[in-house]
Design a protein around this ligand. Structure first.
Ligand code: M6R
Length: 612
């Protein structure tokens, strides 16, 4: 969602901020803007649409400043237009702010400010916040830093903000609660951003701001205090991310780059954790908690979107391997119920970004009920990773395409490792099966590579179905969540309506949709449901549905029954999703490209959904 980039130092702030905003485009947004201090004047430039439109509008202008703040806005309060775009001025136009998050009590604050004579240009909660800061400063006569702290004590909601003032030309003030903010520390320069991607080209030294912390850069020095003025020593971390990981590297889109990265990202998610030769399996972050997992009466998984699908795969894994009852919850539903959480329940939160607002809120709720929370996150140092008691990173590397691909397979891999480690601890798995599964996990990257040999065939199938209006995806067992994931991938990037179902559910309703115009994707790999899925295919073919079947290499039965087959290598049934999801990712990608969609930044979507 919204993105922040701010800079103070010796470089040209405008081009640096603009580059940073482009790095944040993947988060999803609908307008952008910058505020610059140029020759003692605080100027704001902003525009609806892409950063390139802002850039085009400013082309030819001499914009010289060494301090500035920039923003990409994903509209919440007020439609996406030039006026609602950030940054926003205070009433006297001496202060400017960029803000991610939502100020829930903005209406009451605004009413009070209007009664004091403030006038507002936009419909945003953000403009109210900066007017409020100005008002507090005027009333108290305190420094801007104090006014920011006092204002933040009054507001309800979530925020990451950066404030600048025309009166303090070398000063930036930033704060966060519930919305991420990273500070990059360079040579006599500082960077602020919503994530590390705009910073990595300049410095690897970063500080992750914590909730209720206020960072101030003044006279070239960084200090961090909480809202009650208690000083904390900035904890400087080294970024492990490399620049090429956030660039397209010759691919047309990040999504296809990330699909093809999966042999490596799956291997990375296992690296140093398993060795089949001596049955070694260890997840550093969880090794002290395996007893707790093994003794759990129940595991509750909370997640959203693709991460929720990975949770559904994990349900099968934990039940099958470790014989633990699992419930998989949409975080957004869980947080607004009054869920029954018992002391020896374990909650596992799954999130690529580690910033999803609903998942974060579900964690806080479960925590308040005394549950132990483990996290499976991709982004190191993210809010969810920090809110959980322990966890395992997926190490898939930065995922820039909005449609999650390599993060899903990395999540499934790590969840498989956790389920296996739990089963071993609990004694619910034999040595032989344990070792067999470790060996097969090591083979998965090669098997995924093998699926890519079918890429041109998948492209041909995509061409045939480019203008389909609907799709149905069907699977059973571990392939049911894969069917859901395939349908989600297709709808989010191609805007074709798609539904995923357990194959046997089809006859309880969706079968009415089947006719010669309905493409039906079957996950029909050789597993314990194979005979059943063959019957389901026959039911669809009897009604003239057009079937694309994902089958195991060497299958001779299904190719004779269906319209198109895509083969995937044989693997252990438990690991099937790791190979069967790959053709579905490719199919969605090629269809979306052929329809001319903006694959990496589909309409209305955001990469990290930081509002509920
Ligand atoms: O960052 P998270 O894994 O918590 O995000 C959850 C969903 O927003 C995300 O998976 C979303 O569904 C993706 N667009 C799917 O491709």
């Amino acid at each position: 969602m919204c993105g922040i980039v701010a800079y103070v130092g010796n470089k040209e702030a405008y081009s640096l901020i603009l580059k940073g905003l482009k790095r944040l485009e993947y988060r999803g947004y609908d307008s952008s803007g910058v505020a610059l201090l140029e020759n003692g004047e605080l100027n704001i430039y902003k525009k609806k649409g892409k950063v390139s439109e802002l850039e085009a509008g400013l082309a030819g202008k001499e914009l010289h400043a060494t301090i500035g703040i920039g923003h990409t806005r994903w509209a919440t309060h007020g439609e996406p237009n030039d006026v609602n775009a950030h940054p926003h001025f205070s009433n006297n136009r001496k202060l400017a702010v960029v803000h991610n998050g939502i100020i829930e009590n903005y209406a009451a604050i605004k009413k009070n400010l209007i009664s004091k004579g403030h006038t507002f240009q936009s419909e945003t909660d953000t403009e109210v916040l900066i007017h409020f800061i100005e008002d507090i400063q005027a009333e108290t006569g305190d420094s801007l830093e104090s006014a920011v702290k006092l204002a933040l004590k009054e507001v309800v909601g979530a925020y990451a903000i950066v404030v600048m003032s025309v009166d303090q030309p070398g000063q930036l003030i930033a704060a966060r609660k519930g919305s991420p903010l990273v500070i990059g520390i360079g040579e006599e320069e500082y960077f602020f951003a919503s994530d590390a991607t705009p910073i990595i080209a300049y410095t690897k030294n970063v500080v992750y701001l914590d909730d209720y912390e206020v960072a101030v850069v003044r006279d070239g020095k960084l200090s961090i205090q909480n809202l009650d003025n208690t000083e904390t020593i900035p904890y400087i971390q080294k970024l492990e991310m490399e620049l090429e990981a956030i660039e397209k590297g010759g691919y047309d889109h990040f999504m296809i780059k990330e699909i093809f990265e999966q042999p490596r990202s799956i291997a990375d998610s296992m690296r140093g954790r398993l060795r089949s030769s001596d049955s070694h399996l260890q997840l550093g972050g969880l090794s002290n908690h395996l007893d707790k997992l093994a003794q759990a009466e129940r595991i509750v998984i909370v997640a959203c979107g693709t991460s929720w699908h990975a949770g559904l795969v994990a349900e099968y894994l934990f039940e099958e391997l470790a014989r633990i009852n699992v419930e998989v919850e949409y975080a957004s539903e869980f947080r607004y119920r009054n869920p029954v959480i018992k002391e020896n329940d374990i909650v596992i939160a799954i999130s690529q970004s580690g910033e999803t607002a609903d998942t974060l809120a579900a964690i806080e709720l479960a925590k308040s009920k005394g549950a132990t929370i483990f996290g499976v996150c991709n982004v190191v140092g993210s809010s969810i990773a920090r809110a959980t008691h322990a966890g395992a990173y997926t190490h898939a590397g930065p995922e820039i395409g909005v449609a999650s691909t390599k993060a899903f397979t990395a999540q499934v891999t790590v969840l498989t490792l956790i389920a296996l480690a739990t089963a071993k601890q609990k004694g619910t798995i034999s040595e032989e099966v344990f070792r067999q599964l470790l060996t097969e996990l090591e083979n998965i990257p090669d098997k995924v590579e093998k699926v890519f040999e079918n890429a041109s065939k998948i492209k041909e199938i995509a061409f045939i179905f480019t203008y389909a209006r609907n799709f149905i995806y069907l699977g059973r067992g571990l392939n049911f969540p894969v069917a859901l994931e395939g349908a989600l991938k297709l709808k989010e990037i191609s805007y074709i309506h798609a539904e995923g179902y357990p194959a046997a559910e089809m006859k309880h309703g969706p079968i009415a949709l089947i006719d010669e115009d309905m493409p039906v994707v079957f996950l029909a790999t050789k597993d314990s449901s194979y005979e059943k899925i063959v019957s389901n295919i026959q039911e669809v073919k009897a009604r003239k549905g057009r079937v694309i079947a994902i089958v195991t290499e060497g299958d001779t039965l299904i190719p004779g029954m269906v319209d198109f087959v895509i083969e995937v290598p044989e693997t252990h049934e438990i690991l099937t999703p790791l190979v069967s999801v790959i053709p579905l990712q490719l199919l969605s990608y090629y269809i979306a490209v052929m329809r001319g969609r903006n694959v990496d930044q589909p309409r209305n979507l955001a990469k990290s959904v930081t509002v509920e």
